[in-house]
Ligand binder design. Structure first.
Ligand code: MF3
Ligand code: CO
Length: 285
């Protein structure tokens, strides 16, 4: 069997190697996985993704201001669609691989990819992930937040807080010329220290010119370096943290909704970041 070819960096024939090329090639020659050139965004592309991120953040701020007990998740979907289109943008989830709505709404034991519904009414004590992704002028951004509906239990409050901390420690662990694997290692340590588990079947991802690009960003300790992190790379970190087991299943009826195996609650936060010479910068503030 032909193994996956991981020597990804190349320079056009006849062109001179820059210091940047040489640095990446030195990692490649040591057997590390390095990005393909198209994963290093130009300043113009980064500005495009940043503008998309401004709309995406506006959507999440709007949802944050409106969410309340008694509201259906379909109402959240309408807010997202109306705001996004009014700002000249397109909700990335809508019709993505057949996804029927403009946003993912994942309540309590739903880990992610929940489909908004008129029949799903938010109740006091629910914890809800709202995952918003926006296309503006061809540029993609992706971020999600947790919302606590009214007041919830101390355990669910802790889960929501620790999941946010996991995003923060993942961000801190990602250094330029470090590796994707550093991120999941740091996240898993923080989750386990707090008695929680980390979902393994879903990951963060490169984003910007498409919804999902390389690299895959695992949130658990893979004991591998993973891809080299090079300034100019744009990707998400989006840890899904469970109160009980890390195992999940996909609802057979809709083919989308990801649920915890033990039906205990799950929480997730997500940002889109660009790697800089000083570490990760958030593009979805
Ligand atoms: N927003 C999700 C992510 O973070 C992807 C959702 S795909 C959809 O990668 F089709 F469900 F929207
Ligand atoms: Co994402």
């Amino acid at each position: 069997m032909v193994k996956k070819i991981t020597r990804n960096w190349f320079v056009p024939k006849g062109s001179e190697l820059t210091e940047f090329d040489k640095k990446i090639l030195s990692f490649q020659n040591r057997g590390e996985i390095v990005p393909r050139p198209n994963l290093i965004k130009t300043p113009e592309q980064i500005e495009g993704i940043r503008r998309s991120g401004v709309v995406n953040t506006g959507v999440l701020d709007l949802v944050e201001s409106k969410i309340r007990p008694g509201m259906s998740t379909a109402e959240i979907d309408r807010l997202v669609y109306d705001y996004t289109t009014a700002h000249g943008a397109v909700p990335a989830p809508l019709n993505y691989e057949g996804f029927p709505k403009s946003v993912c709404t994942s309540v309590n034991e739903v880990v992610c990819h929940g489909i908004p519904s008129e029949d799903e009414i938010l109740e006091e004590g629910d914890i809800v992930n709202v995952d918003v992704s926006t296309i503006l002028d061809g540029y993609y951004s992706d971020a999600s937040r947790m919302f606590i509906v009214g007041q919830t239990s101390p355990e669910k409050e802790k889960l929501v807080r620790v999941a946010k901390e996991c995003l923060d420690v993942g961000r801190e662990a990602a250094r330029p010329w470090g590796f994707v694997g550093d991120i999941g290692k740091a996240i898993a340590r923080h989750a386990h220290k707090n008695g929680f588990s980390v979902v393994r079947d879903l990951c963060g991802h490169g984003v910007g010119l498409e919804f999902h690009e390389d690299p895959e960003v695992d949130h658990y300790n893979t004991h591998r370096h993973g891809m080299l992190l090079v300034p100019g790379m744009v990707f998400t970190i989006e840890p899904m943290i469970n109160m009980g087991t890390w195992e999940v299943f996909i609802d057979e009826e809709d083919g989308w909704t990801v649920v915890t195996e033990d039906e205990l609650p799950s929480a997730q936060w997500e940002h889109t970041f660009v790697m800089t010479e000083d570490g990760l910068e958030v593009l979805t503030h």
